[in-house]
Design a protein. Sequence first.
Length: 386
Amino acid sequence: MNTSGFDPTKPNMIYLDNNATTAVAPEVFEAMRPFLTNQCGNPSSAHASGVDARRAIEHARLQVAEFLGASGRDEIVFTSCGSESDNWAIGGFLEQNPTRRHIITTRVEHEAVRNLCEHLSEIGCEVTWLEVNSLGELDSGELRKALRRDTGIVSVMMANNETGVLFPIEDIGHIVRENSDAIFHVDGVQAIGKIPIDLKALPVDLFSISGHKFYAPKGIGALYIRRGVTLPPFIIGGGQEDGRRSGTEAVPNIVALGRASELSNVFTGHDQIRGLRDRLEDEILARFSCARLNGTQDRGKRLPNTANISFDGFEGSEILMRLDGAGICVSTGSACNSGSEKVSAVLAAMKIPHAIARGSIRFSLGRYNTQDDIDQTLTALSKILS
Ligand code: PLP
């Protein structure tokens, strides 16, 4: 029963910014509610309330492990967000392996990886930045050439947050395994909940996720650490999370992440989201001659919910503000870039001309969007672009 009093299927806006964050699903809110109210125990406490909290955490860990196709719940460590998971994976590995300071990553990673790697290169690591082509695609052959004896870690995202372009993680993982001793970290933050993931079948050592991208609240994430791979603790303290990440666990958020994972595991509406995105994209490209798609046209190689479109001759920020005025939420580039004048590093890496990149809008759909949302967005865009 949803007693929360909110219903994301009837929002007071048209929300097409689901790559920035998602609404908390009512079922998720209901699952966390007891742990925000009367079930207040600290999971480290020996009394019944503490034991209940501990049990809830371990249940959530199992839900996340099942959703990701992990071999067991010992492979899941809860963190506070995707950025933390990314920082721990890369920074932790380097701390533990100071002689293997060559990192390989891509030019189009989220800032959590990109800025960290830039920082690491300033303090003595060597970073090889893999380029993408004008469609946002990665050439795995370049990775093969870049691998070296001292390569410690390769970090590649599964899906790009701005364009939705998918990278061939399975192929990349095999190349890393067959040609080096490097650890393979994947930023799965945008992929999770949008495409199927089975980590048992993927040659991946570390995998970052974030709850607020798939209907759990902000402030919770996880790092999958394959059995046999070790990282130094991210936070040293009372030994929580098996000594790997101390600090009293965020029980309501962890329960929420577990429930969101369980819901995503049985979610059957992917085709509907894909259909709405396809229609929005097709109609925009057909109706407005100034519109051009950023990222591959091959929809099988993009997330099913994302369309990144430039409106040549327009400022993305201007379109965003006017859509916002019409009650429609979108973004220009990544959410973290909004408000800044810089053009998106992702579009720059794709060598999209500056004038066109400035007119880019990211539409990212989610579970609660309807045909009516698409119709209203098209009508609003017609007014703005005319
Ligand atoms: N990685 C990717 C690909 C993202 O899109 C984001 C957020 O947009 C992050 C990492 C950071 O996640 P969080 O906001 O949970 O720190």
